[in-house]
Design a protein around this ligand. Structure first.
Ligand code: C2E
Ligand code: CA
Ligand code: CA
Ligand code: CA
Length: 278
């Protein structure tokens, strides 16, 4: 029994070891990718549904590995947050997004570009200074740039994040709450934070055709946004039925595979030129 116990112990410890090695390996690969342009920024349009007009795009990072495969952010952002690599990655995305926002604006498109900001970035000492620097470097009008921050970050009673958001607001940026409705039941934070947009989480949109409570929640979010004077985006719209349902409930701006998948800059350019989403 003793020997078995020891074997079992060494089995687990070697499993932990190989897991750690895999992580260190991935951390090195991320470092390489940062150095050699392995990260790309894709964009997914936000569409004004009744006119099928693209009114904004969300920047979504992609990692292209050595074999040319695209790796989803869900597979490396969590590790990058642990290692701190999210700081240079986040700066890279913001810089690219601001450059593109500026270029689209100069090409005559009225388009807002959204960038996802992780909690780790928002809490970082240099975040505000970095953002200010990127705005200066790129020359973009800050009103064309929106930062998407998940609800969980704001619902905690941390004054740091409130100060950070106020500072970002003073720089002229727009603030969106991402995955709205999934984080916390306490909505008091909406009073304290300078928020412009609520993004209805895709889980509610997915559920609305099958579960009445999802429809009720979406209705409540729409009412809330109107009462507070906030803009609204429904994300994860995949079908015409979902679109029609959302329009009926009073939502007008949508994002999802039904209109466009995330795509490289040039493809978005073509969609903008044709003037029609999808
Ligand atoms: P998110 O911000 O909630 O982004 C929406 C995700 O849903 C994206 O996945 C998008 O491709 C996907 N999506 C869009 N429309 C549909 C749809 O109709 N159906 C379905 N099933 N999915 C849809 P993606 O690009 O894999 O990104 C996943 C998450 O990774 C994002 O969730 C965001 O939290 C994070 N992320 C992506 N890019 C960045 C970044 O540059 N910085 C940071 N910090 N996080 C990022
Ligand atoms: Ca987002
Ligand atoms: Ca989201
Ligand atoms: Ca999400």
């Amino acid at each position: 029994a003793k020997a078995g116990g020891r074997n079992r112990y060494s089995f687990f410890s070697s499993e932990i070891e190989s897991c750690m090695r895999a992580r260190q390996h991935q951390e090195r690969l991320i470092q390489e990718a940062l150095k050699h342009g392995g990260f790309e920024v894709f964009y997914q349009p936000k569409v004004e549904a009744s006119q099928k007009k693209i009114i904004g795009v969300e920047a979504l990072i992609r990692w292209r590995d050595n074999k040319g495969n695209l790796i989803s952010p869900a597979d490396f952002i969590p590790l990058a947050e642990k290692t701190g690599q999210i700081i240079p990655i986040g700066r890279l995305v913001l810089h690219r997004a601001c450059l593109d926002a500026h270029a689209w604006h100069q090409a005559g498109h009225r388009l807002c570009v959204s960038v996802n900001i992780s909690a780790v970035q928002l809490k970082h000492d240099r975040f505000i200074a970095d953002v200010r620097e990127v705005l200066q470097e790129t020359g973009v009008n800050p009103g064309l740039v929106e930062l998407e921050i998940t609800e969980g970050v704001l619902a905690t009673r941390e004054h740091g994040s409130q100060d950070a958001l106020l500072a970002l607001k003073r720089l002229g940026l727009r603030i969106a709450i991402d995955d709205f409705g999934t984080g916390y039941s306490n909505l008091a934070y909406l009073k304290m934070f300078p928020v412009d947009v609520l993004k209805i989480d895709q889980s509610f949109v997915r559920g609305m055709m099958v579960d009445h409570s999802d429809t009720v929640i979406i209705e409540a979010i729409i009412k809330l946004s109107k009462a507070l004077g906030l803009e609204l985006v429904a994300e994860g719209v995949e079908t015409r039925e979902q679109e029609q349902g959302l329009i009926k409930l009073g939502c007008t701006v949508m994002q999802g595979f039904y209109y466009c998948r995330p795509a490289p800059h040039d493809e978005v350019d073509k969609q903008l030129a044709s003037g029609i989403a999808g």
